[in-house]
Design a protein around this ligand. Structure first.
Ligand code: ATP
Ligand code: MG
Length: 330
């Protein structure tokens, strides 16, 4: 997208459940930091959310909720574009074209997220299988330079790059090949109930995650109840101490302090004391976040989304027209 000389960033979150600390620390926090240096596009990816069953009324509310979380976290609509995926029809059109021209069954069958999510359903929908192609379309439509992501999305952006290259090889230079950026710490915040699996909004138990809209006292209790490991030392050791390592990572990211410093502070202290301090930190973070969140008017959010789509529509149309021309359907 060339409204300035800045490089373009595209990223999004599904309105598929309660946004959690993993989404914030692994994604949104770095988006906020990138706003001044890049032309950022942040999407509420509603067509991704329907790859698993959704209640229509709740989905409608969640779309606004995700946009509101972007705003309360510090995404500034004067600097960045925020929009709803389904408002720009070219996303699904490009996904279909990429399905036919570039994506192969074997690519999609290899995606670990598909395997994980499909295992939870008896007869998963085709959309769940095809989801990475829609994600590729989201990214390629706007000539994205860089996609900031958590570790769970690396495979999908690699596929995006492959699809773009295949299309360019077959039809001539059309898509920019995007790079991705994974935040080193916080790339993978793990579930509080099971620190060997990632924190996820589609987790079956709400004890898996701290939602950004959780009651702060309830969230503090979730930290106190979080699964820990045997032993008593507060030390980063993902292999033997995944529970404590996860809590240390959350502690470090929320306070902007080094893990080694926190380890030193809690040397010779027990899990109870460490968790108590983290519970307080999480509670204060949520109180502060929610003060902003609950002050944002829903109508204002709808306007911001509309305006965002308005800014992008022409770019999406230009790109899809060039693609249609190349494949012979314009
Ligand atoms: P779902 O279970 O519906 O897939 P999710 O929690 O995985 O939800 P997404 O909307 O798929 O959330 O992902 C949004 C962004 O949050 C992505 O950039 C993803 O990498 C990041 N993210 C998701 N979960 C985590 C996590 N546990 N740790 C760090 N980053 C995460
Ligand atoms: Mg996900």
């Amino acid at each position: 997208m060339k409204t300035s000389n800045k490089k373009t960033i595209f990223s999004g979150i599904q309105p598929s459940g309660n946004l959690h600390l993993g989404n914030y620390l692994g994604a949104i926090k770095q988006w906020v930091e990138m706003q001044n240096d890049y032309q950022c596009i942040f999407c509420v990816v509603d067509y991704h959310a329907i790859t698993v069953p959704q209640d229509p009324k709740i989905l409608q509310e969640k779309i606004i909720e995700v946009a509101k979380i972007y705003l309360a976290s510090g995404i500034d609509p004067k600097k960045s574009i925020i929009f709803q995926q389904s408002d720009i029809k070219e996303h699904t059109e490009l996904a279909w074209i990429l399905n036919c021209t570039s994506a192969r069954m074997s690519d999609l069958g290899n995606m670990t997220q598909y395997k994980d999510k499909a295992a939870k359903q008896e007869n998963p929908g085709v959309g769940l299988f095809d989801y990475p192609v829609l994600m590729a379309a989201d990214i390629l439509l706007y000539d994205t330079d860089l996609v900031p992501i958590g570790e769970d999305q690396i495979q999908h952006v690699e596929l995006t790059r492959d699809l773009a290259k295949r299309f360019n090889n077959a039809y001539g230079e059309t898509f920019k090949i995007p790079e991705y950026k994974v935040r080193r710490e916080g790339a993978r915040i793990m579930g509080l109930d099971d620190p060997t699996k990632k924190m996820s909004k589609s987790a079956s138990s709400e004890n898996n995650y701290i939602a950004l809209t959780d009651d702060p006292d309830k969230a503090a209790k979730k930290i106190m109840r979080a699964a820990t490991d045997s032993g008593s030392e507060i030390k980063l050791d993902w292999e033997n101490k995944p529970g404590i390592s996860n809590l240390l990572t959350i502690y470090s990211l929320l306070t902007d302090r080094k893990i080694s410093e926190i380890e030193a502070e809690f040397a010779n202290k027990g899990y109870g004391e460490f968790k108590g301090k983290l519970a307080e930190i999480v509670k204060n973070f949520l109180l502060n976040f929610q003060k902003k969140y609950y002050n944002i008017d829903n109508k204002k959010v709808c306007k911001i989304l509309e305006k965002g789509a308005g800014k992008l529509q022409k770019i999406a149309l230009n790109k899809i027209e060039s693609v249609r021309k190349k494949i012979g359907v314009l």
